[in-house]
Design a protein around this ligand. Structure first.
Ligand SMILES: *Cc1c(COP(=O)(O)O)cnc(C)c1O
Length: 398
């Protein structure tokens, strides 16, 4: 069976985890800061804060922005539910924006349309999702958010390794935060590198980095210069900080990554250049074979972007013209050993969000959702596997 996605974990990764298990510190040891430093260097951001999942990373970003009940944020409706849920954790309301029907990406136009539906003064942030691994047009979208004086957060869970245009003639790598406040990554096993569960936030703002690190660890402050309860914190005689003391000034969570996970992450990160090459090769193979899928199916347009390191290989299929439902196609693929999945159901159609706000028809998202099917795509696939997927799919589609 070829699943739609799968981790690549080798003996080196396993040895890195075992080394931590033989040591003294299973959590809050040296592996987490080492993983953070290596990750920050890879994406070219000054600060990277590791945490327990991509969802936790999204929540921490919302906390660092200070989102509160009554605030509003814009989220593309084609994403995993976590991109919207994180704002709800802070009580903020979500306004869903549409996406381009052929790439699944939010555009400057769809973001602007959603901004027109928001309440001036309440809108605090725009989230964008680099869906499938292809970058949104950050240059144009960030000029909208800058003009409005609101934050821009990249949900980069699909796009580790992807390059994008900061401006004409100057490229960045997703996560460098050249145009955004935060970029958020996930290390779930289906993502480009894995820690089992895990996440990372990158930023250029040192104050925000500090807030993120505190909120990840119960809101505790360990640096004596920031303590306000001086009489409890310091010895009355010599004025030295008390060795047991810690202080909480804001609410925080336990969103820490363990050293066991960070060791796996650091080992996986060393293989990222290899994963990136492999994903590019497999994507090129899919592109060459896509013509064989027939007139009713093609690859998502973002698959044509050569600077993208794709996480998903999405086919867009006109099921009506094929004369089969998506369910029938998925079951027939499964019977022939090929896994597939749908990324994603538009979030605004979930009952939880329907009950909270009326979203107008978002035709780009509907058109994307009606046609999308994620095909097997992961580094351990062979070129022959890609050919098998394409020939079986074209067979099923008739
Ligand atoms: C995976 C994913 C998340 C959530 O990450 P977890 O690590 O599973 O919490 C959020 N957004 C997108 C776009 C994702 O793909």
């Amino acid at each position: 069976m070829l699943p739609y996605a799968r981790q690549s974990v080798d003996e080196e990764d396993i040895a890195a985890v075992v080394r931590v298990l033989h040591g003294d510190l299973l959590t809050t040891g040296p592996e987490v800061p080492a993983f953070e430093a290596a990750f920050a260097e890879y994406v070219g951001a000054p600060y990277a804060i590791a945490c327990s999942s991509g969802t936790a990373a999204l929540h921490l970003a919302c906390l660092a922005l200070g989102l509160e009940p009554g605030d509003q944020v814009i989220v593309p409706t084609i994403s995993f539910v976590a991109t919207a849920n994180c704002a709800r954790y802070c009580g903020a309301d979500v306004i869903f924006c549409d996406v381009d029907p052929d790439s699944g990406l939010a555009t400057a136009e769809t973001v602007r349309e959603a901004m027109d539906r928001a309440d001036h003064g309440k809108l605090k942030a725009v989230f964008v999702v680099h869906m499938t691994g292809a970058a949104v047009d950050l240059a144009r979208i960030s000029s909208l958010t800058k003009n409005a004086g609101i934050a821009l957060i990249e949900d980069a869970c699909h796009s580790l390794g992807t390059r994008y245009d900061i401006e004409p003639g100057r490229q960045g790598i997703v996560g460098d935060c050249a145009l955004s406040d935060f970029a958020v990554f996930s290390f779930h096993p289906v993502k480009t590198i894995t820690t089992g569960e895990g996440g990372m936030i990158t930023t250029r703002d040192p104050k925000a980095a500090e807030r993120l690190a505190r909120a990840r660890n119960h809101g505790l402050i360990r640096s004596p210069e920031d303590w306000v309860e001086k009489s409890m914190a310091f010895d009355p005689v010599d004025g030295e900080p008390n060795p047991w003391f810690y202080e909480q000034q804001d609410i925080g969570y336990n969103y820490r990554l363990t050293d066991i996970q960070a060791a796996l992450g650091r080992s996986q990160l060393r293989k990222l250049p290899m994963f990136v090459d492999r994903r590019r090769q497999l994507a090129a193979r899919y592109r060459r074979q896509a013509a064989s899928l027939g007139p009713c199916a093609r690859l998502v347009s973002s698959a044509q972007n050569p600077d993208a390191v794709l996480h998903l290989m999405v086919a867009l299929i006109d099921f009506e013209n094929v004369g089969l439902t998506r369910r029938e196609v998925m079951l027939r693929l499964r019977d022939r050993g090929i896994g597939s999945q749908v990324h994603y159901i538009p979030i605004h159609r979930q009952p939880y969000y329907r009950e909270r706000s009326a979203t107008p028809d978002l035709p780009g998202a509907s058109r994307y959702y009606d046609r999308c099917l994620s095909l097997p795509f992961y580094p351990d696939m062979t070129a022959d596997d890609v050919s098998t997927v394409c020939s079986v799919l074209s067979d099923v589609l008739g």
